[in-house]
Design a protein around this ligand. Structure first.
Ligand code: ATP
Length: 258
């Protein structure tokens, strides 16, 4: 099986300093995240858990530079995202960050390999596609499916295509928002195993938003959010099964501030 080159080491891939993000909902203003500070270290696999509406996706989107904070600072690989213009931020994201979403977000008219190479094409780096594509498809077990369109692939295959698309630019940081949310539990576990392997083999830093303990247990650290704030965090080594992790997670959420 082919191995991929590990990305260059970054000391602190993610540093959120006192980040606040507000959204206007009609007349009301919702503070989706409130003064969140968080560091994700090089090569870490971190899961962000929390109830619906606790701010998980907003935090991930600010890490990705898809959402700009109203207050505070989000730095990725020592670059303060707020210092970048929209155009520079888009280029930075394309080059440094791989994004994976629950809904796969594949282009239905393109084949698997065309979907995977799209980020290089749109970044003017199509010449790198030939060299990177084959080992990546091989590593993700997609070679037999490379010329299939998304509607001819299973959910798990589509998510592996989405992960390959996130990795084609060789990002040090992969951000995934509920990556198993559209998959059955067995396929979801396969995707988790793959993310874990990408972290361990290739030293990529991975941040996953999930509400599922069976996903979070694959991470090395769990950050728990409640009402827009970081409530607590813990190491999964201390709660190594989904059952133990669920019990601890429920305990900290119930014990935390109302
Ligand atoms: N674009 C937006 N416009 C208005 N309000 C928003 C927007 N995005 C998020 N919010 C609000 O911010 C709060 C946090 O939302 P967010 O999606 O970050 O939570 P979450 O923990 O990811 O929830 P879920 O698990 O349901 O996806 C919610 O009250 C939500 O309604």
């Amino acid at each position: 099986m082919a191995t991929l080159t590990a990305p260059p080491a970054l000391q602190t891939p993610v540093r959120a300093d006192n980040v606040t993000k507000r959204f206007r909902q009609g007349e009301a203003v919702v503070e989706a995240i409130k003064g969140v500070s968080l560091t994700v270290h090089d090569g870490e696999f971190v899961a962000i858990m929390g109830a619906s509406g606790s701010g998980k996706s907003t935090l991930l989107h600010t890490m990705a530079g898809l959402t700009r904070p109203d207050e505070g600072r989000m730095a990725i690989a020592d670059t303060d995202l707020s210092s970048l213009s929209d155009a520079k931020l888009t280029r930075f994201r394309r080059r440094k960050i791989g994004l994976v979403f629950q809904a796969f977000n594949l282009i239905p008219t393109l084949t698997a390999e065309e979907n995977v190479t799209l980020p290089l094409m749109t970044d003017g780096r199509g010449s790198q596609a030939a060299e990177r594509l084959d080992p990546l498809l091989d590593r993700l077990g997609l070679t037999p499916r490379r010329r299939h369109r998304p509607d001819a692939m299973s959910g798990g295959e589509q998510q592996r295509v989405a992960i390959a698309r996130a990795l084609i630019t060789d990002p040090a940081l992969v951000l995934a928002d509920e990556p198993t949310g559209s998959l059955d539990s067995v396929t979801g576990q396969t995707i988790c195993r793959l993310l874990k392997e990408l972290c361990e083999e290739q030293k990529r830093t991975i941040v996953v938003v999930t509400h599922e303990p069976s996903v979070a247990v694959w991470a090395s650290r769990v950050v728990v959010m409640k009402d827009g704030r970081v409530l607590t965090e813990f190491r999964t080594a201390d709660f190594p099964t989904a059952e133990l992790l669920t019990a601890h997670y429920q305990h900290v959420v119930n014990a935390g501030p109302a």
